[in-house]
Design a protein around this ligand. Structure first.
Ligand code: C5P
Length: 305
């Protein structure tokens, strides 16, 4: 086997609670990931020269060590003394730096693909360890799961055995938002970590404080299990919203417009700039999309994968 092709899907965050800032600079999270059917395609081809190369027509995809897929491949190559290299060809469909974890998903696909191509026989647990080292969102994609709870930096995954298929309209703005910059705009206190139901939130005077805050994960989960789109919609939540809007205040209009278009709920995914509207059905999603197609370049109907 010298070549292998894999699907590399995007994710949405139905809930993203930021609990505290950690001593290592990362933030402690509780999030519900949903895997969606907006996918890149990755083809891995062995090379004799030992080089790890990215081929991708998208100008914003890093071709060097900044690409998480390259980082992951190099780590495997070094740890297992692999003499071969690999060409990582990425057919990019997922918007870049958009809160959809496209780069993280590509890295997970490369880990799983190289495990086969280089016959490494790594277990899922070992792949998850490599994924966690590559980035906070990579581990989710190692599991073959539609939904999962993510904790820690986002890398501690508990698969949720939920079979519900949701429909969304996803609108991604053309500008990029960097995760680091968005997290830096949160005014969040340092650890010691609060207990699970005592979390940070912004006070009315814009100061940060530790307080009892709604546990958005456990509010949403029963509605998701029962497939109640209207209630799921009202329980969507993202603590990064205030930071995203402080960087791009104009984004509020798009969110309002989607809400006014009859969606069950509207939320940012990850650190933006993607906003998704939850629809009641595929047909309903199509109706909402039609109202945004002309004004926005990147509008997708997506569903749970
Ligand atoms: O792990 P990843 O490469 O996705 O993180 C990018 C940046 O986002 C980190 O360097 C950090 O500044 C921020 N981040 C964070 N807390 C997390 C995840 C990411 O502060 N849980």
């Amino acid at each position: 086997m010298s070549s292998i092709t894999l699907r590399s899907p995007a994710k949405l965050n139905l809930v993203l609670d930021v609990l505290a800032k950690r001593m290592d600079g990362f933030h402690e999270l509780r999030t519900i990931f949903e895997r969606i059917d907006l996918c890149d395609r990755i083809t891995l081809t062995s090379r004799r020269d030992g080089a790890i190369k990215v081929v991708c027509g998208h100008p914003q995809v890093p071709k060097g060590p900044k690409n998480l897929a390259v980082k992951a491949a190099k780590q495997l190559q070094a740890d297992f003394g692999i003499k071969q290299g690999v060409t990582i060809a990425i057919d990019k469909k997922i918007p870049v730096a958009a809160g959809l974890a496209g780069g993280s998903s590509n890295a997970a696909a490369v880990l799983m693909g190289l495990n086969r191509l280089w016959r490494l026989r790594l277990s899922q647990k070992q792949l998850v360890e490599y994924a966690s080292r590559a980035g906070s969102d990579v581990a989710f994609f190692i599991y073959n799961a539609s939904y999962a709870l993510g904790e820690g930096r986002g890398e501690k995954i508990r698969v949720l055995p939920i079979r519900v298929k949701l429909w969304h309209v996803l609108v991604t703005a053309k500008f990029k938002m960097y995760t680091k910059e968005v997290f830096n705009h949160l005014n969040c206190p340092m650890s010691p970590l609060p207990n699970p139901c005592t979390v940070w939130c912004r006070g009315n005077d814009n100061s940060s404080q530790l307080t009892n805050k709604k546990d958005n994960v456990n509010i949403l989960l029963p509605y998701l299990r029962k497939n109640m789109p209207q209630s799921i919609g009202s329980a969507l939540a993202n603590d990064l919203e205030s930071a995203i809007l402080s960087l791009r205040p104009d984004f509020k209009r798009l969110k309002n417009k989607l809400s006014n278009a009859g969606a069950c709920g509207v939320c940012f995914s990850g650190s933006g700039p993607s906003v998704f509207a939850l629809a009641r059905s595929k047909q309903h999603a199509g109706q909402i999309k039609a109202r945004f197609d002309r004004r926005y370049a990147q509008v997708f109907v997506v569903s749970t994968l």
